[in-house]
Design a protein around this ligand. Structure first.
Ligand SMILES: [Zn+2]
Ligand SMILES: [Zn+2]
Length: 109
């Protein structure tokens, strides 16, 4: 996934590194595995609302450093979460295309 320049800038700040460590210390287990009754140490921090879902650097900064927007995860779950978000997007595109086709049929046939 291509990362936005603003995102890269924020993820490389000392502020983010500190916050990330703080989160992993406060929540050392993968929040995703815990839901599946598995105990896995978290190694990564996920943003529940994706930082790239907003367009301005100010809004990105808010999401990036919002402690309540963070979730400790293991790398396996993290990959899964992102793969799922991507497939949802694809699914939405398909649905939108279908709606467009339907509208076309309604209008012209
Ligand atoms: Zn996990
Ligand atoms: Zn993530």
């Amino acid at each position: 996934m291509a990362k936005d320049a603003g995102y890269i800038k924020l993820i490389n700040t000392a502020r983010w590194r500190r916050l990330r460590i703080k989160k992993l210390q406060a929540q050392p287990l993968c929040g995703c595995c815990k839901g599946k009754d598995k105990i896995t140490p978290a190694t990564e921090v996920h943003h529940v609302t994706p930082v790239e879902s907003v367009t301005t650097i100010e809004q990105m900064e808010i999401l990036m450093f919002d402690y309540n927007n963070l979730m400790s995860v293991c790398s396996e779950c993290h990959n899964e979460i992102h793969a799922e978000m991507f497939s949802h997007t694809k699914e939405n595109i398909k649905k939108a295309n279908k709606r467009r086709t339907q509208r076309f049929i309604n209008n012209y046939l």
